[in-house]
Design a protein around this ligand. Structure first.
Ligand SMILES: *[C@@H]1O[C@H](CO)[C@@H](O)[C@H](O)[C@H]1NC(C)=O
Ligand SMILES: *[C@@H]1O[C@H](CO)[C@@H](O)[C@H](O)[C@H]1NC(C)=O
Ligand SMILES: *[C@@H]1O[C@H](CO)[C@@H](O)[C@H](O)[C@H]1NC(C)=O
Ligand SMILES: *[C@@H]1O[C@H](CO)[C@@H](O)[C@H](O)[C@H]1NC(C)=O
Ligand SMILES: *[C@@H]1O[C@H](CO)[C@@H](O)[C@H](O)[C@H]1NC(C)=O
Length: 443
């Protein structure tokens, strides 16, 4: 108890004092989300809502009885489930090695399936509730969907009832998460039965690809009956270039005290990363994503990319997942596609001869939300005219990737949609909204 409190304190102090304000720090956004403002109007005529979070976007728990340890200080066996994500111990110097050894997946290239690290059981808490996506840690410090859910509650929604979360094992792509997808279908039907109205699905970032994959699997008649629509926030519809960097040299996303090259060990083990490599049909064949003194990698060179990294399983994982959502088959429900634009976003990473064991030395930027480029996010526009149901696209100028889940202008637009006013503006200007605490860049 008291040691947990000390850790909590250490974590908070680190966030406040050590991290430079400019760092690419999604956790920093997450730790102190703004309070929801109290809307004037409460509606009881709103659709039930299910939220599907992004990569790293819900809690996971583990229970271990390990045959071997990477370090004698790691726990070998636990009686109870303990937090695996976010695990405050991972911020300690040795803790990170224990953490990686617990959270990593083992990929079997002959069965094409991933399993947990030997002796580790993993579960996702809170399916159908909101707590596991509102805060990522049990101390409720690292807020994620908290501001949005509170806003919905202020509008008249009830947690765990009319608004629910659908957390999942985000280490896996949907081809290895069949059970989750059938639970999601069950949840939609349950909420439909309970409230006698179609359910709205809301995704953030990679969660939107999960929603798309799910909808693509359902017959149109099922969607017409059960689904009110799909709100997608910051979806990398054409894949995410950042994923190449993540797998090459690692990217700690601003998590303090963990080097990029250290966290790369975990990042190479998850199949959701190769799934999100830039989609082949979206990018020009000659666009170089990664440039090193010896080689240039475009979307034609993924096999070479993995082979040069000595990471052949990455290629296998890509082959397993590459056509899950890359066809961008229209979802067949009314869509509100919202994303940030107008911020510099890396579209090529340039390395020196220390590749892949050090960070890029230069970047080529294009327009985006500082994490995903506009070319990728705007791919939802292709659905206009491809499906009978309307497709509404709103670009938030100056809005960083993570702020999509709690910015007041996003919440206000969502409220309008939930209250039945489905027409949305094509652009909303957020440039003067003064959200400096999220002034990211990628380096
Ligand atoms: C946010 O909410 C918390 C808890 O309700 C409250 O203590 C705090 O003062 C609020 N902050 C702002 C800026 O309103
Ligand atoms: C992969 O799975 C096959 C079939 O279950 C098994 O025989 C093989 O030992 C596994 N490979 C590894 C490296 O675990
Ligand atoms: C939602 O469910 C969680 C887990 O059972 C519980 O802790 C929380 O209090 C519930 N929230 C509400 C508002 O009922
Ligand atoms: C680049 O080529 C040189 C010379 O062949 C070699 O020593 C070096 O390891 C290569 N670097 C990478 C990153 O492949
Ligand atoms: C990819 O798509 C092709 C053609 O649609 C299909 O035959 C194949 O099974 C798919 N591969 C995977 C891994 O889903």
């Amino acid at each position: 108890m008291s040691s947990a409190n000390i850790l909590t304190l250490a974590l908070t102090v680190t966030f406040v004092s050590v991290i430079p304000h400019s760092s690419a720090f999604w956790l920093f956004n997450v730790v102190f989300p703004p309070n929801a403002t109290q809307p004037l109007f409460r509606s009881n005529d709103t659709p039930p809502l299910i939220i599907v979070p992004g990569n790293l976007g819900n809690r996971m728990e583990a229970k271990i009885d390990k045959p071997t340890l990477v370090h004698w200080m790691c726990y070998k066996k636990t009686q109870d489930w303990f937090p695996l994500w976010i695990d405050l111990n991972m911020f300690m110097p040795i803790g990170v090695d224990c953490w990686i050894d617990n959270i990593k997946l083992v990929y079997n290239s002959s069965t094409r399936r991933s399993t947990n690290s030997p002796g580790v059981e993993v579960r996702v808490p809170g399916f159908g509730q909101t707590h596991s996506i509102e805060h990522l840690d049990t101390h409720r410090l690292a807020g994620y969907f908290h501001t949005m859910v509170q806003h919905l509650v202020n509008m008249g929604y009830a947690r765990n009832e009319t608004v629910r979360g659908a957390p999942y094992d985000w280490r896996l792509a949907p081809n290895e998460n069949e059970e989750y997808l059938s639970k999601l279908k069950g949840l939609v039907e349950e909420m439909y039965d309970q409230y006698q109205r179609p359910v709205l699905l809301l995704g953030h970032s990679m969660g939107c690809h999960y929603v798309l994959y799910f909808l693509n699997q359902q017959p149109q008649a099922w969607k017409d009956k059960f689904i009110k629509g799909f709100i997608s926030l910051g979806a990398p519809w054409g894949g995410a270039i950042k994923t190449l960097r993540v797998m090459a040299s690692g990217e700690n996303d601003g998590i303090p005290m963990i080097s990029n090259q250290k966290i790369r060990e975990e990042q190479r083990m998850v199949t959701s990363n190769p799934w999100m490599l830039p989609f082949v049909d979206v990018w020009p064949k000659d666009h170089v994503f990664i440039s090193t003194p010896n080689a240039s990698y475009t979307n034609q060179d993924y096999q070479q990319f993995f082979s040069d990294l000595d990471f052949e399983d990455g290629w296998n994982m890509w082959e397993d997942t590459k056509n899950l959502t890359s066809a961008l088959q229209a979802p067949g429900v009314e869509v509100w596609c919202m994303y940030g634009v107008g911020l510099l976003t890396p579209v090529s990473y340039i390395y020196d001869d220390k590749y892949p064991d050090s960070d890029p030395v230069e970047y080529v930027y294009d327009d985006g939300d500082n994490t995903v480029d506009t070319l990728s996010m705007s791919q939802c526009k292709r659905w206009i005219g491809q499906q009978e149901k309307p497709v509404h696209v709103t670009e938030f100028r100056g809005m960083p990737h993570l702020d999509m889940v709690f910015h007041h202008k996003v919440l206000a637009l969502m409220q309008q949609i939930l209250e039945g006013n489905s027409d949305t503006p094509e652009e909303i200007d957020c440039r003067n909204d003064n959200v400096q605490k999220s002034s990211h860049r990628d380096s």
